[in-house]
Design a protein around this ligand. Structure first.
Ligand SMILES: [Zn+2]
Length: 218
């Protein structure tokens, strides 16, 4: 199973990736994580990637692709993997297909989590983070015992800039305009499966299982 998982911020992508990793025993590959690992390991690519990250600029596609290629060649990914957070743009999707094609491999399926914008705003805007210990709460789903205070350390709970409604709407807009061409690209190749990510994580996982069973004959 060689999969890509797409989804807007707040769709529960991370949660689903973890559940799938456990159930199907396919490792999840998060671009952010492997870039940081390459930097820590001090590999040639890591040093190169770090030269961009240090300046706060985006690591160019060619470098990211090389890091991913190096990773996918390892034996632990022979049974498959789940790419999370990559590709983000059409150019990256094309570069990934070229790189995999050269290695005699290909992406089999792209799962795109779909959630109504208002539900996403509600999910994200309710988040509160402890300023002191970074524990995460939610006004509706995980309210703190004392209003505005962390259950764990008593520190003040704040709303991060990223979780403000205007910021969320802007991020969703960016996600939509960035991924629309990507979604078309995979749809045209018959690889796209859209899954409703409304409701609780177990329900979403059930829908994903159904798609995977249908596609891989599990
Ligand atoms: Zn705290």
């Amino acid at each position: 199973m060689r999969l890509i998982l797409l989804g807007p911020p707040g769709a529960g992508k991370g949660t689903q990736a973890k559940l799938m990793e456990k159930d199907y025993r396919i490792p999840q590959i998060s671009t952010g994580d492997i870039l940081r690992e390459a930097v820590t390991a001090g590999s040639t690519l890591g040093v190169l990637a770090n030269s961009f990250m240090r300046k706060g600029s985006l690591v160019p596609d060619e470098v990211v692709i090389e890091v991913i290629k190096e990773r996918l060649a390892r034996p632990e990914y022979a049974r498959g993997y789940l790419l999370d957070g990559f590709p983000r743009t059409l150019a990256q999707a094309e570069a990934l297909d070229r790189a995999l094609g050269l290695a005699g491999s290909r992406i089999e399926l792209v799962l795109s989590l779909v959630v109504d914008e208002e539900e996403l705003v509600q999910r994200l805007a309710g988040r509160r983070v402890c300023e002191r210990c970074t524990e995460v709460f939610h006004l509706s789903f995980r309210p703190p015992r004392a209003t505005g205070l962390c259950d764990r350390c008593g520190g003040p709970l704040v709303q991060r800039e990223d979780d403000r409604e205007e910021t969320i709407r802007r991020r969703l807009q960016v996600y939509k305009s960035e991924t629309a061409p990507l979604i078309d690209y995979y749809r045209q190749r018959g690889k796209l499966r859209e899954v409703s990510a409304t409701g609780d994580p177990d329900a979403v996982k059930g829908r994903i299982d159904q798609v995977l069973r249908g596609s891989f004959g599990l």
